[in-house]
Design a protein around this ligand. Structure first.
Ligand SMILES: Cc1cc2nc3c(=O)[nH]c(=O)nc-3n(C[C@H](O)[C@H](O)[C@H](O)COP(=O)(O)OP(=O)(O)OC[C@H]3O[C@@H](n4cnc5c(N)ncnc54)[C@H](O)[C@@H]3O)c2cc1C
Length: 398
């Protein structure tokens, strides 16, 4: 179905990731579900496949497969384990800010290591008192000679517990031009990772706290100029984040359909497969329809992103449609499974729990709707995809 967008090499990439996910990830899911904590070894193993470098150029050791290639990688991992799809997408966000805002020196130092899976980067923007209101952040960096001193607290940072290099956006001044981003190595004195807290789903992935207390960071670790922090945060969230989380939801959605059709074949009622019941068959048709629409929205948006074309509205819509329709389909699937769906020996309840996790990051569905209403009313405040087209455009090597 994705032939309209994808090349032969995209199909090969999909096949490779699917094979890996089935053989290396699926067998570990029961252990991840039982432990309900970050799976460091598997995360490292996945990183070593080179997938964190999806949008890193070949010059820096990356795959250079563009946003569509990145979507396929995340989708296929998430079809088996949304936790591992989320792990990869979070570090791809971390890589993006260096690709787009890093100095030559920073790129040379970090990108080859990220592409090889030896360094897991993160992006830390959210704070407890500001949430999605990025400009409401209060963590600070104050210049001190050749260094900056960073103080504050970041929350919900994807890969906080396994990250090697945190990209932290803080205040260096007032207003929208007062945000600045820094690369902070995980072992730098003054940086502490908060305790791991259990979550509803995405077991195996972690999104926790980073605490900064007089953390001394050389000015050479600043990403871009003072004042570039908002663009770093938005390019990560609005352009990469929406696309990546769309892909996680798409993978979950696909798994929901596959698992539910399998269940309907196996389970018999009134002497016939369950899907012979009209109400069940209608629900299956509904899930299939939602998935096709969601996939189209997802691939269309990243196709525009790869081409460097304006696509903020398409990315918002892709995230909205994919998150909401995966949740709707997971609920329908639970109803088709009835009591059987409540037992954890089947994956369907995991899909529903995991799908809920994709709702908040890179903008809740209400936020996407509000921004889409502004598009309809012609009151949008400009497009980040247009402003950052030169840094985001990819000419994939596929
Ligand atoms: C799985 C996961 C991974 C994440 N990864 C990262 C990461 O790697 N780095 C990072 O920095 N953060 C990350 N986050 C945090 C994520 O970006 C935030 O959850 C998001 O910005 C929303 O913040 P919040 O959850 O505090 O909700 P809030 O922003 O406080 O929102 C609370 C409620 O208010 C509504 N609301 C808020 N503002 C408005 C408004 N202007 N108009 C109308 N309604 C509004 C929301 O829709 C929501 O219903 C992650 C979160 C999750 C769940």
């Amino acid at each position: 179905m994705d032939g309209y967008f994808a090349s032969r090499l995209h199909h090969q990439l999909r096949g490779q990731v699917r094979h890996f996910a089935e053989s290396e990830v699926r067998p570990l899911i029961p252990a991840m579900e039982a432990a309900r904590s970050v799976h460091r070894d598997l995360s490292r193993h996945i990183a070593r496949q080179g997938w964190l470098g999806a949008t890193i150029s070949r010059d820096h050791g990356g795959m250079d497969v563009g946003h569509l290639g990145k979507t396929i990688i995340i989708e296929e991992l998430s079809r088996v384990s949304a936790a591992m799809g989320a792990m990869v997408q979070a570090s791809q966000l971390g890589a993006a800010k260096i690709v787009h805002f890093g100095s030559d020196e920073q790129k040379k130092t970090w990108l080859p290591a990220i592409a090889a899976g030896e360094c897991l980067p993160t992006i830390a923007v959210t704070e407890p008192e500001s949430g999605g209101h990025v400009l409401g952040m209060s963590a600070t960096a104050v210049r001190d000679g050749d260094d900056y001193l960073l103080n504050g607290r970041k929350v919900y940072v994807g890969n906080s517990h396994i990250g090697d290099l945190h990209g932290i956006v803080v205040r260096t001044g007032p207003g929208s031009k007062g945000l600045t981003a820094f690369l902070v190595e995980a072992d730098r004195p003054g940086l502490r990772v908060g305790d791991q807290k259990p979550t509803m789903g995405l077991h195996g992935f972690g999104f926790g706290e980073l605490l900064l207390h007089d953390c001394r960071v050389p000015a050479a670790n600043r990403l871009g100029d003072e004042g570039d922090g908002l663009a770093v945060a938005y390019s990560s969230s609005v352009l990469y984040g929406r696309a990546n989380l769309t892909a996680v939801s798409l993978g979950i959605h696909r798994a929901v359909l596959e698992e539910t059709t399998r269940f309907c074949e196996e389970r018999h009622r009134y002497g016939k497969p369950l899907h012979e019941l009209p109400s069940v068959k209608l629900k299956l048709g509904q899930i299939q329809s939602r998935l096709m629409t969601a996939r189209l929205a997802a691939y269309h948006a990243v196709h525009l992103l790869d081409a460097g074309l304006p696509c903020d509205a398409e990315l918002m819509n892709a995230k909205l449609v994919n998150v909401e329709s995966a949740l709707d389909s997971a609920r329908d699937a639970m109803e088709i499974h009835a009591a059987a769906g409540l037992f954890t020996d089947r994956p369907i309840e995991r899909y529903l729990r995991d799908a809920h996790h994709i709702f908040a990051p890179a903008g809740t569905s209400d936020i996407q709707l509000l921004r889409l209403a502004e598009v309809a009313l012609g009151t949008s405040k400009g497009q980040w995809s247009e402003r950052l087209a030169d840094v985001v455009r990819m000419e994939p090597a596929l």
